[in-house]
Design a protein around this ligand. Sequence first.
Ligand SMILES: [Zn+2]
Length: 322
Amino acid sequence: MDKLHVVITMDVEPPTPGTHPTATGPESWADSETFIRGYAERAREFGFPVSFFIHPEVAVEQAGLFEELKGRGCCVEGLHLHPWKFRDGRYKAHFGGLSEPDMRAALSEAVSLWQSGMGRRPLYFRPGTFSANDSMYRVLADLGFRGGSCSMPGRIWPRMNAIWTGAAPDPHRAHPVFRQLVGDLPFANMPVSVDFSGTLVTAGTRWQAVDPDADPLEANTLTGHWDMRPDWPEADYERIAANIVSQVRRRGATIPIINAITHNDNDYTDPDDRVCRNFLRAMQAMTDAAKAAGMEPVGSTVETIVDLVLAEPDRSLAFVYT
Ligand SMILES: [Zn+2]
């Protein structure tokens, strides 16, 4: 029976009093720990280990917690970064808005801070809001990262420097100069899984139909597809999971996965919390969608997926004349 790797991830943000009131993240360190533990525990009930992408300040403050979770099978080797969250305010930019020298500097600073908490360098990366430009993979590979979850295929959020139209949807080696394409770098990217069957737009958390007359830059809108995040006010998780699995099958993905994302800003210990309920429903939906497609759902981490990608032959596109 074919496997479907279920990869449950969390971007771990510092508390909002230290960043910005409108930013993602918990209100306190105590909430952060409760929510992280709850998330890992709920995922464990389904047999899914969590892959954490940890903002540097959190790696310093809560290293002990992550060491404990590592002991329970979670992957805690990930770095998450919004450059503007650095306390000195030096970078007034999202990750994809940085020049290549600034990207190297910001990442080096983040690695150093992360390392001061965890006692080792991070190996995997996810940029805040999937903000990225074509320097990203080259810089990450140079700085010793093996892989990450750096793309959200189909996302168009110009104000965040997050544009992923045409991006490779399945796990692949990154390209050194063209972020959407499969390349030959020793860096494996694991895209967030999206359901390509519809394209919608939002200026908040509720999707609506795309307005052909709206200027996405002016309105600060986000165009994209449904994914499995538990944060949605309402979502048909069963349909989204089934669509993702059938699209993965039809594309003939060499490493079939479903990769879900969230943040540490909801209480996953509270069964009455909407997002906690959604999380349980989403994990059941992914499990059921795999089985309905005749696949075995297997809980995997970003580390496992990166190992599989880096063991594959070169799949970059050959040059064609036109
Ligand atoms: Zn973030």
